[in-house]
Design a protein around this ligand. Structure first.
Ligand SMILES: Cc1ncc(COP(=O)(O)O)c(C=O)c1O
Length: 302
């Protein structure tokens, strides 16, 4: 964003889309009895805008509706209307590039029994400026650790559901990383296989081939992950889902993380072991360049 656009935007009134209405950000509140707040009873999406194009908007909305259906939350709205709200907000806030947070909850009511809800579902859309890591870490790569906090087993919570409640484990894992000054935490499943990072998917490069853990191992079906798999295939690289152990991580040639917030970021050490050459590898750099190129023009125009 140019300095002029940044200063124009900092003066522009900021809005939130709250339950179907544009409301000034400073006056946007949800109830103290909201089930999202009381019980983590809801779902969310983080979406990026690049050059006024909303990247993979339909994929994010589809995942949100699937999460809601899995949680038996009827959003009482169709996808086209929700897409319209997102576009309306991005235009109202003059977002050139930024991050959209779309959160839903089951609604408002004290007591966990949904019979006591006295409102339709809560739907909140906001836009933010978000840069997860400083540029230096994209250039140099992240040091990560393995967290002792596991991803919830699928019998308790399906990893494909991007629910609010599941993030307490991710937050605990991230705090473990923070305690030792690491950039991210890998999370294992109950079998000890690598599932993903606290807020990102993981890819390894070994012998010129890319692998990423399958969602059945506890990974969120990341939208950035899907884009990277598609880009790798377009680049003629072999990319497959593969059960991944820490041994595989420690012995890979290159590794990187993917997520809407973090985008694509190299990983250069794990649990004190240098990965590959200890710097962002050549295939990682090619994937990053291809991802930047794709996001520079792809998406739904706002
Ligand atoms: C636990 C977890 N895994 C993976 C991802 C990456 O998903 P996406 O690329 O759709 O943002 C996220 C993103 O929020 C996440 O929270």
């Amino acid at each position: 964003m140019s300095a002029q656009q940044e200063s124009e935007n900092s003066q522009r009134e900021q809005w939130v889309h709250l339950n179907g209405r544009l409301t000034p950000k400073a006056e946007s509140h949800v109830s103290i009895y909201d089930h999202g707040f009381l019980y983590g009873d809801g779902a969310f999406e983080g979406i990026r805008v690049y050059s006024r194009n909303i990247f993979r908007l339909d994929d994010h909305l589809t995942r949100l509706f699937r999460s809601a259906r899995s949680l038996a939350i009827d959003l009482c709205i169709d996808k086209a209307t929700l897409q319209g709200y997102v576009l309306e907000l991005v235009r109202a806030n003059g977002v050139e590039s930024g991050y959209i947070r779309l959160s839903v909850s089951r609604g408002v009511g004290l007591g966990l029994d949904p019979k006591h809800l006295n409102s339709p579902p809560t739907i909140v859309i906001s836009t933010e400026q978000l840069r997860l890591y400083p540029q230096e870490l994209y250039d140099r790569g992240l040091d990560v650790i393995t967290a002792s906090t596991r991803v919830p087993p699928a019998v308790c919570m399906d990893p494909q559901v991007k629910s609010l409640g599941k993030y307490i484990n991710s937050i605990a894992a991230k705090m473990e990383a923070n305690r030792v000054g690491a950039g991210e935490a890998l999370m294992l499943n109950m079998l000890g296989n690598v599932a993903e990072a606290s807020g990102d998917n993981i890819f390894l490069v070994s012998g010129g081939k890319l692998t990423t853990p399958p969602t059945s191992e506890g990974a969120l079906p990341g939208i950035t992950r899907a884009v990277v798999m598609q880009l790798a295939t377009e680049m003629g690289l072999t990319c497959s889902e593969s059960v991944t152990t820490l041994y595989d991580v420690y012995n890979c040639d290159e590794a990187f993380l993917t997520g809407t917030a973090a985008e694509v970021i190299p990983m250069v050490s794990c649990d004190g072991r240098q990965l590959g050459e200890g710097k962002p590898g050549p295939l990682t750099n090619r994937i990053i360049a291809a991802f930047r190129e794709r996001t520079s023009h792809d998406g739904v125009p706002a």
